[in-house]
Design a protein around this ligand. Sequence first.
Ligand SMILES: NC(=O)c1ccc[n+]([C@@H]2O[C@H](COP(=O)([O-])OP(=O)(O)OC[C@H]3O[C@@H](n4cnc5c(N)ncnc54)[C@H](O)[C@@H]3O)[C@@H](O)[C@H]2O)c1
Ligand SMILES: [Zn+2]
Length: 701
Amino acid sequence: MYTQQDEMRLYEQAKHLLTESAGMNAEHAIDQLKEAINYADWKYYVQSNPVLADQEYDALFKLLKHTEDKNPELVSADSPTQRIAKGISERFPTVSHLVPMLSLDNTYNADDLNDWDRKCRELAGADVVEYCVEPKYDGASVSLIYENGALSRGATRGDGIMGEDVTINVRQIKSLPLSATLVAKGVEQIEIRGEVVIHKNVFEAFNKQRIAEGQPPLANPRNAASGTLRILDPAEVRKRGLSAILYHISDYTLAAGTTRPEGLDTHYNSLQWLYNMGFPTPAKEMKVFTHIDQVIAYCSEFEQQRDSLQFEVDGLVIKVNSFAMQERMGMTSHHPRWAVAYKFKARQATSKLLRVEYQVGRTGAITPVAKIEPVPIGGVTVSSVSLFNEDVVREKDVRIGDTVLVERAGDVIPYIVKPLTELRTGNEEIIQFPKNCPVCESELEKQPEEAAWRCININCPVQVAERMIHYVSKDAMDIRNLGGANIQKFYEQGILTDIPSIYTIDWDKVRALGGFGDKSITNMQQAIEQSKTQTLNRLIFGLGIRFVGETTAKTLASAIMNLRELYDWNIDKLISLEDIGPKVATSVADFFNREENRHMIDKLDAAGVNLVNQLKGQQPVDGALTGKTFLFTGTLSQFKRSDAEAMVEEKGGAILGGVSAKLNYLIVGEDAGSKLEKAKKLGTVNILTEQEFMELIKSVG
Ligand SMILES: NC(=O)c1ccc[n+]([C@@H]2O[C@H](COP(=O)([O-])OP(=O)(O)OC[C@H]3O[C@@H](n4cnc5c(N)ncnc54)[C@H](O)[C@@H]3O)[C@@H](O)[C@H]2O)c1
Ligand SMILES: [Zn+2]
């Protein structure tokens, strides 16, 4: 349909229109906009592979609408503002909708909503209009027909008049009832509309799989849902686990002599009515308000929770609640006048990848960072995006000069969803990973089973600084006041050189730097002094041995009396400890074999830092949990893992490093993996949720 040249030209045209359409002659602007929007629609609806971010598309659409409003004589019947997008592929038979399936009008802020409310009340001829507000699910719309109580047809929206008949795929959606007690209510036929969606977790797993198979990841759950709904193999559709949420009754026929079922008077009641029959509707999520101010307040409140929802929601839909009023208000050829979408702040944008920089971390791992043309996304300007490691660069096949789709969702750091390969000119450069450390020039190394290239020079300046920052961090030696910024500064000035030098800081030099008051110096000195008596496990963690996290550090600490004992531990002996596998054992043995590390430990010892396990040899705490063993797995949401472990230990319980016959309790958070599986297989472990764990702790007092 479009050649690659067309694609490149139209993309450039779209970008150009977004920034420079102001001075254009209206007729020319309209032609260009129509062309660009038609192209974006085709990519989006037919190929399920958008080239523009939604807000870019919406901005073009608005521009077209605005230009046409000012020049009504230039509006043509084929304008995207006059119809629903082209959404029909040739894969499925087409069917007509009983009632046109329209799009929604969009609003982006309180002003837009106020305008809409004013128009609404005018059209409805009422001072007060009741509004029903519900989530705008980001998926693919479907129309379902139930005849004599049974699901008889499922269709996509298509162009709004005709859709694709995807009945067989719709039947694979487990949350949709194949039959319902409609006949008993006198309903012979009903058309219900809703959104086919994909759970965020399912989407993530699906994209991982695609990447593993060498395919580009999909841009968002919406494209995944609409793509899946149009796969030709129903078994595959079933496997992908689609869900559906129904939000509208568009048509119904009653059996002769039946009166309208109670509930079919307002939107709110109709969705409750469906819900009570077993249909998945937003019955629990929707809210009714009588004033637009309440609607506006609810919209901004709801936007805050967007990340905690199971499904992607890109806004809220506000609907006039009364069916009689809806009828009076009618629709345009594009959208009903009685409903409007309030769209959340955009999270995606397209930009150009300018170059790649390489950062060196504490363990020497090299992280490629893409520098992109700055773009605003969700309220901040993004110009740097991590590419994580070489594998990710290769999997996504991003190149310098590529146009890339960037996403920034909530607290998640921005990432590149995909390069827009259809826009390549041929001048893009494959990203060449450096062979040498960008800081110290040492040759980089990569273990076959690892994703990251590393600088293994222990004296590499960035690593030295990062190691100190880790050493003082809260979960390690907890030296407050001496944070990352100070360490960086002292290191640059030669006041700090390595971890032991923290204990021999020349405070006169610090004073000479300026900017440090007596109080802040005293605070730092005290915190450093206190760190000398920290427990051995914190010291081991603070040393920054690769693969040694807080839990492994505890395991190691509790196996010894003095840190130097580890000099003699070989890999076999280390593996005999709970939760320590060959990878960790090799790293630990290697660390303690190195002369420079032993030298560092000597210096810490000389500075008075505790190397002894003071807890060992003491009677274990006698508490309600004495003799009981615990392990935490998955992402905990109610408490920090280290705090929960401390609670167990305070009551005499022990933390194990892995699942074995010795384990009594496994506490599972979100996304628990192999440990949970193993515990289930063993059958002897008590598996607790976080809530159940808290109850257990409370019950033992
Ligand atoms: N990035 C691109 O290149 C590109 C191209 C075309 C379209 N788009 C995006 O798609 C939008 C247009 O698509 P659209 O016509 O589907 O409009 P839309 O997504 O803005 O809103 C309409 C749709 O919302 C859905 N919806 C979800 N929850 C709903 C609820 N509770 N009640 C009613 N409807 C609900 C329905 O499927 C309905 O058709 C554009 O605004 C743009 O954001 C993007
Ligand atoms: Zn280096």
